[in-house]
Design a protein around this ligand. Structure first.
Ligand SMILES: Nc1ncnc2c1ncn2[C@@H]1O[C@H](COP(=O)(O)OP(=O)(O)O)[C@@H](O)[C@H]1O
Ligand SMILES: O=C(O)C1=C[C@@H](OP(=O)(O)O)[C@@H](O)[C@H](O)C1
Length: 260
């Protein structure tokens, strides 16, 4: 099964309300029955153990092909977990709420702070998710504006995230969530700049992208990747400017995908 990376509209850590926009970088997971169970990454093994214990599925060989750097803010963990859960549910005929179980099992594996239902929803269904992660509730999924996403992909996040400190900003992130439901691009701009400031990232690249005409720019997720968005066809000056800081990926927002 194939799922998507995403860029944050609203980071869910401060208020539990989260929103993410799917972009066209993909993860593909395939599975094959195996004689012996092998050891995998913690997230994959947590998911396999759950399905083994609850539904008696056999040992599986897992193949992950990912275009998303790990620990990047680009939703790599949600893309891997939704693709794997979706593939297992299809192969073994298990009816399950894929994003919800991605959230539950990501928490169990210790790779997520809130379960990241916002990220799991956009990874699996495309579009722009709006979720309340505390209750594993999807509030809405919207089709995104047609946008070019210009990304400085950076993995291996190594900053310490102080969840209690982030929660001091709950009210302003709740407000950004409300704004985002009316205006996705304004929401991701406010969120992206504020998260950069709160987590102590350098805002130079964000400022450069905005000066070159980006509609929004900022940190995605907990970073360290930087994103900018523009109308399609207007990427040139931003790509040129951001290329001075590293290799740039240009991709697009992804619309809602029916999984029926
Ligand atoms: N290609 C992959 N193969 C296996 N596991 C992966 C892969 N990409 C991400 N993961 C899992 O996701 C975790 C990273 O999650 P997270 O820090 O939330 O990243 P991101 O900010 O990109 O969403 C990794 O530690 C690993 O458990
Ligand atoms: O762990 C979590 O619950 C989350 C992590 C962040 O994303 P990244 O994992 O992409 O940094 C954040 O944007 C998301 O809303 C929730």
């Amino acid at each position: 099964m194939q799922t998507y990376a995403g860029i944050s509209v609203v980071n869910a850590l401060p208020s539990w309300y989260g929103s993410s926009m799917a972009v066209n970088l993909t993860v593909s997971v395939s599975i094959k029955e195996a004689e012996k169970c092998k050891k995998n990454d913690i997230l994959i093994d947590t998911i396999l153990n759950f399905f083994h214990e609850k539904y008696g599925i056999p040992c599986l060989d897992i193949n992950v092909e990912s275009q998303i750097p790990e620990k990047s803010g680009l939703k790599s963990s949600s893309a891997v977990s939704t693709a794997l859960i979706g593939e297992i549910s299809k192969k073994f005929g298990i009816e399950i709420d894929v994003p919800k179980y991605s959230a539950i099992l990501s928490l169990k594996a210790g790779v997520s702070y809130t379960g990241a239902l916002d990220d799991a929803t956009s990874s699996y269904y495309g579009g722009v998710s709006f979720t309340y992660n505390k209750e594993f509730k999807i509030i809405d999924i919207k089709d995104p504006p047609e946008l070019s996403a210009i990304i400085l992909p950076r993995g291996g996040r190594n900053i310490k995230i102080d969840l209690q400190y982030l929660k001091k900003y709950r009210l302003i992130f709740e407000e950004i969530f409300r704004v985002s439901r009316q205006n996705i691009v304004l929401g991701m701009k406010l969120n992206g700049i504020l998260v950069a400031n709160i987590l102590g990232y350098d805002i130079n690249e964000i400022e450069v992208a905005l000066k070159k005409g980006a509609l929004a720019a900022g940190i995605t997720g907990n970073g360290p990747s930087i994103f900018a968005v523009t109308k399609i066809g207007e990427e040139g000056p931003i790509v040129d400017a951001l290329s001075k800081f590293g290799n740039v990926i240009v991709t697009r927002s992804v619309g809602y995908v029916s999984r029926d």
